[in-house]
Design a protein. Structure first.
Ligand code: BCL
Ligand code: PID
Length: 150
């Protein structure tokens, strides 16, 4: 296990309570923002560019980790802590295999829809704010470890 694997374990433990509070059966998670379709298209292009730059082995490991995690979901769509951890570790390795600028291009492109203004508070209202904040804090710490391995 490398530093990303270790950090994924911490991230996953700290964010699992939050993950379990989300209603994954809500159809909202299968919906793309529709207000600006052409902006969405450009944001998806940033994801395609990022994906094409990823280390193929890291990408394949990510696909397999997701596939395994899907098989262990409970009745509410939540995967086990072990499979969640493996998925986060795999995503960490995928992100670490591309330049930070490619990841930020994706973030900035999606940020243009100003999702933060309405979506953030709405999503927050559906879970424990405390658990969401703890998850976010853990996410920022995980990001530092991934960035250091880039
Ligand atoms: Mg994926 C991200 C679902 C397959 C690569 N993926 C996401 C998430 C979402 C999701 C949970 C995008 C929304 C979001 O940011 O919510 N992926 C999902 C599902 C499948 C899937 C349901 C599926 O197969 C059925 N993903 C795949 C394929 C992978 C893959 C197969 C490649 C092999 N996926 C990626 C990558 C990313 C995602 C790369 C992301 O960067 C993105 C993501 O999680 O960004 C944060 C918020 C996220 C969650 C609720 C999940 C828990 C996240 C962390 C660890 C803890 C919470 C932190 C905090 C509170 C929220 C941060 C929000 C921000 C400010 C960004
Ligand atoms: C901010 C201000 C600072 C503090 C800060 C801060 C926050 C920064 C953040 C943040 C950045 C950020 C980035 C995120 C990026 C997510 C990227 C997701 C990419 C997903 C992809 C999906 C895909 C695929 C895949 C491969 C396929 C192509 C696709 C092939 C060849 C603002 C806190 C530091 C969350 C690429 C993987 C299947 C599209 O900086 O003061 O908070 O989050 O199918 O390709 O198969």
């Amino acid at each position: 296990a490398d530093k990303i694997d270790d950090a994924a374990k911490v991230l996953s433990e700290k964010s699992y309570p939050f993950l379990k509070e989300i209603d994954w059966t809500d159809g909202v998670y299968g919906v793309l923002p529709t207000a600006k379709p052409l902006e969405v298209l450009k944001a998806i292009d940033k994801m395609l560019v990022m994906g094409a730059a990823m280390d193929p082995e890291a990408l394949k490991a990510g696909v397999l980790a997701h596939s395994k995690a899907i098989k262990s979901i409970d009745g509410k769509g939540v995967t086990t802590l072990a499979d969640y951890t493996a998925t986060n570790a795999a995503i960490g390795h995928m992100i670490a295999s591309v330049p930070a600028s490619k990841t930020m291009d994706v973030y900035n492109a999606f940020n243009k829809f100003s999702l933060g203004k309405d979506v953030g508070p709405y999503m927050m209202s559906k879970v424990s704010a405390e658990d969401a904040k703890a998850a976010y804090k853990a996410f920022l710490e995980f990001k530092d470890v991934v960035k250091a391995s880039q």
